[in-house]
Write a protein that binds this ligand. Structure first.
Ligand code: FPP
Length: 246
């Protein structure tokens, strides 16, 4: 695809969030174990990152492991954690060379020690980079995030830092994981499912949703470009009427 002529590079979403769904179904179709689907899913992350960098996206958030995913069969959970450790370890230098900053959201204290350590080392190594930010949602759920934000705000009230009138949208946003990062303008979910699954509920208040039947391991550069083109044809009114936008 000639992206220079098909994508308006002045109107690329700054932040794209992705729910990578369909790895298990993809693997089954190939007669393979579910974990094989996840490992090919990593290739799709790589391709998406390359494509997003090319068009100037600044933040890419991937829903890699939800708090609900712990209830999957233990072998799949262990395999996913191993895949994360191996992938982060093997990719960190290339990410760093390409100016990628790695960030995580979620309760990383609840991850296995090797996964947390590898992740923290990669976050530290890439912290000065600013070509593109890759945000991995790991052991993340929106309800967990909102609950921990409420606890921090309650503590501020208890110790007298603020009173209830001090609770503003800005204050709440600042207690969320993605503080200082713009809300996603575009959220993509693969595999034909059309729901948020406890992902970025606060941050997606005005996000455009794009659902595709493509299974995550088959998601290629052009699929990202298609989603961005579709987004660029939408009118984002933020509660106003069309005429007010001119
Ligand atoms: C959803 O597909 C996918 C996941 C729960 C895991 C996604 C994780 C990866 C692609 C690997 C991440 C690695 C790094 C380094 C971030 P599914 O298993 O629910 O598919 P199904 O709905 O077809 O069963």
């Amino acid at each position: 695809m000639n992206i220079e002529t098909t994508i308006d590079l002045t109107k690329v979403p700054q932040h794209v969030a992705l729910i990578m769904d369909g790895n298990g179904r993809w693997a089954k179709k190939q007669g393979q174990e579910r974990l094989f689907g996840h490992s090919i899913g990593v290739e799709a992350i790589r391709g998406t990152l390359k494509a997003a960098t090319r068009i100037g996206v600044k933040y890419l958030t991937f829903y890699a492991f939800s708090t609900e995913n712990w209830s999957r069969p233990q072998a799949e959970v262990d395999g996913l954690m191993n895949l994360m450790v191996k992938t982060i370890a093997s990719e960190v230098d290339e990410l760093n060379t390409n100016g990628v900053r790695l960030i995580s959201i979620g309760d990383i204290q609840g991850l296995p020690a090797d996964c947390r350590e590898e992740l923290e080392a990669a976050i530290d190594k890439t912290k000065e980079n600013d070509t593109i930010n890759v945000i991995l949602a790991l052991n993340y759920s929106s309800k967990w995030e909102i609950t921990q934000a409420m606890k921090k705000i309650a503590a501020k009230i208890e110790n007298g830092t603020i009173d209830s009138e001090g609770i503003t949208e800005e204050l709440i946003s600042n207690e969320m994981c993605l503080q200082n990062i713009p809300d996603p303008e575009l959220l993509i979910r693969t595999s034909g499912e059309q729901r948020l699954s406890n992902f970025l509920l606060w941050q997606c208040a005005y996000t455009e949703f794009y659902f595709t039947d493509v299974l995550w391991p088959d998601f290629k550069e052009n699929d990202l470009y298609q989603a961005v083109i579709n987004y660029q044809h939408r009118e984002r009114r933020f509660g106003k009427v069309s005429e007010q936008l001119i």
